[in-house]
Design a protein around this ligand. Structure first.
Ligand SMILES: Cc1ncc(C[n+]2csc(CCOP(=O)(O)OP(=O)(O)O)c2C)c(N)n1
Ligand SMILES: CC(=O)[C@@H](O)[C@H](O)COP(=O)(O)O
Ligand SMILES: [Mg+2]
Length: 590
């Protein structure tokens, strides 16, 4: 048996020493390597399988890392990682203290730009190309690889618009597999489909933007890819190569069920079958509580509409989209548009539930302030994946939302402690009494309540809740992290002195309750699954200072630094907000 070619490749220079005819065998080996590791370690499978040939061709033709290659999102860059010095560490992908699941500058010189959020590649590569031009460097090639869903985002259009008049050495590779996490949407998707079918009547959109357009070509034909990349390398100015690929290529199930196999969890590497986890008698995922509750509410309230920017499955808005396609919308990777679209709908009396992952809402900060809060438009923001999200790491933790939302006037901010509170606040938000926007933030993963479909109850805005009495120390938690506090307190024998309050609202704070807490406890401990700086705990410090309380106040939460990847349990421990750490901290007060 011949030794695997892959073992002989540590860096792309080794790859470039191969004969062109060996590359098909290498593609097979690389694909097998990715499948074997992702099957047991989990991660983003489909996107990386789809660009195996493209990855090899790029490193074969271009002189990386001198030529600068930028991957958009970076969830498809596993092959790139393996071919650029990380084959032996790839088994630690996305694990605590392991390598990142996304390209990261400090990890490798081949990772020219840190990514995780989509649609940044064209701007970043253009910036690099402009820098080369200013330095008088005409040799360096600058390549952005972007997917069909990511190129439809505003940021990507802004980059294309600028690049088209920049006269820089920029190659944009459009990796078109007609799907994002869920099927791609919008007029651009239809345009690209027409181009592929040869039925596009109007001018080529990229040529109209001054790009040299090439393609569409088969992105799994490695020889064709190499020939085309070599040809484009000789052409100066902005170029776009349209490459057609199949997401999940090479694993039957991943090609067939592309949504599931975007990030399938553990599976059998040989058969491709998913290893089913036993979810019987487990509490629901928060996302499903959202997805099923909005549908339930929308059946009786005709003004409710649902919006997701490209995450119908991740947010579970898919349930409403399939039953009420006229009232639930996937707008593509367009967080800014999603927020202002919701604002526009709210002006007309609709009640938009705009569901955005906490980390991706960062994109739409101005829209929240300028288009929603300033005009007091009653948009209901449902911020999924708030707090530590686990293996996606620093780019994806929803760590900052409480801090960046808390300073915005006219915005109510609520974090449910459990599934029932999520349902009840959604019910409350659609009753029409709020007259201003509300942000509801909840975490990734499962809740704590088996029997969660209780009759709806209105939640009084700005009210916290006493969960456990105690006469000396008060623990104030916000949201689902309350579970760890309860567990910690229950594990302490002598817990009579410890009170536990679920504050529920970060804005408006329950000031009546806070006065009572400050007067009746000497020590206050705040806990949040969010960055401490400027977050919920800060609001308690501000309250105490403004009212001249001298209680000792300790803030627990995510420290003011970027937290890498790991399981949620590992990361909570790292931040001292797991039940054990909370128990130890509380014990020092007893
Ligand atoms: C700003 C932002 N919004 C949403 C996401 C979540 N997301 C990750 S990958 C992805 C789909 C990307 O699709 P495409 O660009 O076509 O790449 P493919 O997965 O098909 O390779 C989405 C929506 C993100 N990473 N960044
Ligand atoms: C790459 C990316 O941004 C998404 O695939 C993200 O990893 C989804 O996260 P969830 O698994 O929490 O839906
Ligand atoms: Mg795609």
């Amino acid at each position: 048996m011949t030794a695997p070619l892959l073992n002989s490749i540590k860096f792309p220079k080794d790859l470039r020493a191969l004969e062109k005819d060996q590359l098909i065998k290498l593609s097979k080996e690389l694909r097998g390597f990715i499948i074997n590791i992702v099957a047991t370690k989990e991660g983003h499978l489909g996107a990386s399988l789809g660009v195996v040939e493209l990855t090899i061709a790029l490193h074969y033709v271009f002189n990386t890392p001198s030529d600068l290659l930028v991957w958009d999102v970076g969830h498809q860059a596993y092959g790139h990682k393996i071919l650029t010095g990380r084959r032996s560490t790839f088994h630690t992908n996305r694990q605590f203290k392991g390598i990142s699941g996304f390209p990261k500058r400090e990890e490798s010189t081949y990772d020219t730009f840190g990514v995780g959020h989509s649609s940044t590649s064209i701007s970043a590569a253009l910036g690099m190309a402009m820098a080369s031009k200013l330095k008088g460097d005409t040799q360096t090639q600058h390549i952005a690889v972007i997917g069909d869903a990511s190129i439809a985002s505003g940021m990507a259009f802004e980059g294309l618009n600028h690049a088209g008049v920049s006269d820089t050495n920029l190659l944009v590779i459009l990796n078109d597999n007609a799907i994002g996490i869920d099927p791609s949407v919008g007029a651009l998707k239809q345009y690209l489909t027409n181009v592929k079918k040869g039925t596009q009547k109007q001018d080529n959109i990229f040529e109209a933007l001054n790009f040299e357009y090439a393609g569409p070509i088969d992105g799994h034909d490695i020889h064709k890819l190499i020939d085309e990349l070599k040809r484009l390398k000789t052409i100066s100015g902005p170029k776009l190569l349209h490459v057609i690929t199949t997401k999940g290529k090479g694993l039957k199930q991943a090609e067939t069920d592309q949504v599931k196999y975007h990030a399938p969890g553990k599976f059998d590497a040989k058969t491709g079958e998913l290893l089913k986890k036993a979810f019987i008698n487990q509490p629901p995922k928060y996302q499903d509580v959202f997805g099923k509750t909005i549908l339930e509410l929308a059946k009786t309230n005709k003004n409710i509409v649902g919006i997701t920017p490209a995450m119908p499955t991740g947010s579970s808005l898919k349930y409403m989209m399939s039953e009420m396609p006229d009232r639930a919308f996937d707008v593509g990777i367009a967080e800014q548009h999603a927020v202002t679209l919701a604002a526009g709908m709210a002006t007309q009396g609709l009640i938009p539930f705009c569901n955005i992952y906490s980390t991706f809402l960062q994109r739409a900060y101005d829209q929240i302030i300028h288009d929603v809060a300033l005009q007091k438009l009653p948009v209901v923001f449902c911020l999924d994946r708030a707090g530590l999200v686990g293996e996606d790491g620093a780019t994806h933790h929803g760590a900052f939302d409480l801090a960046y939302l808390r300073c915005i006037p006219n915005l109510t901010i609520f974090a449910p402690r459990d599934e029932i509170e999520l349902r009840d606040i959604m019910f409350t938000a659609q009753m029409g009494n709020l007259k201003q926007p509300i942000a509801i933030r909840y975490p990734r993963g499962r809740g704590i309540t088996l029997d969660w479909k209780k009759p709806f109850k209105e939640i009084k805005i700005g009210t916290g809740k006493l969960l456990k009495k105690g006469n000396n120390i008060a623990v104030l938690s916000i949201g689902a992290i309350s579970k760890n506090v309860t567990e910690a307190i229950n594990s302490i024998n002598n817990h009579d002195k410890i009170a536990h309050y679920d504050m529920r609202f970060v804005a408006p704070l329950d000031e009546t309750l806070l006065h009572d807490i400050m007067k009746n406890h000497t020590s206050i401990i705040t806990i949040e699954d969010g960055v401490i700086t400027g977050g919920f705990g800060s609001s308690i410090l501000e309250f105490a200072a403004a009212n001249n309380y001298k209680n000792s106040i300790k803030n627990l939460g995510i420290p003011n630094k970027f937290i890498e990847q790991g399981s949620i349990d590992e990361l909570q421990k790292l931040c001292s907000i797991d039940a054990d750490s909370i128990k130890q901290i509380l014990s020092t007060y007893l």
